[in-house]
Design a protein around this ligand. Sequence first.
Ligand SMILES: [Zn+2]
Length: 276
Amino acid sequence: MPEGPEIRRARDELAEVLFDREVQQISFAFARLKPFEPLLTGQTIVSIESRGKAMLIGFSNGYTLYSHNQLYGRWMIVPVKQYPQISRQLRLAIHGNEYSALLYSASEIEVLDEQQLLVQPYLQKLGLELLAPETSEDDVYQRLNQACYARRNLMNLLQDQSVLSGMGNYLCCEALHASGIHPQSKPGDLTDRQIKRLARNCLGLSRLSYQTRGITNSQKKVAQLKRQGVAFEDYRFQVYRRAGQTCYQCGELIVKGKYAGRMGYICPSCQSLFNK
Ligand SMILES: [Zn+2]
């Protein structure tokens, strides 16, 4: 499932072809959205924003197109009306003069006016946005340090979009490993220094992944693995999807397991429950 950095990159790609452009035609697959087609045609796209795992496209008449891709949704950009040969269901097509933005398979699509946007349930409950430029390490630290989260497993807490918005499974596994913290630890078990380190890695790895198109491994290691001819999927992570391979930090074998109900990857040596 795409996480914050992937959604943010999809947002950048959409912005490149849609921002400040006039909509020549728009079509929705869902009958309930058809009445919006004439309302949005001819409008200019004035904003494109990703929040958590949602995409928000703003139109000059004040309407906002909200979409959440869940597990399977996918945006594609193609030369205008050059539909790709794929078996997915087309749910939304926005046609400009040169390009079409096509949304496949997503089921959560809404058109909202300004008032409805303010009370949209998913957006309302979103927590601290990790990829927002104004978010600081201290903001993340303060959030993780809130008393109400002290007894929650980090494997769940870090992926709870109402706490931190933008982390899913891979970023969570990578940030915990980089911090030397076991996924079943709770903020209340950690030292202040550990929580600060975790906050730094949650923010730093989210931003790094956004900038590098999905890499959370160290630059040095990536360069070394690339020289050996290793493929992208095999050099991008420190622990995620690396079960049975050695930890780059300590040489121990990475294991895959279920932590607080979620599948994850850890180095049992770097991430002992008793590390301080
Ligand atoms: Zn290790």
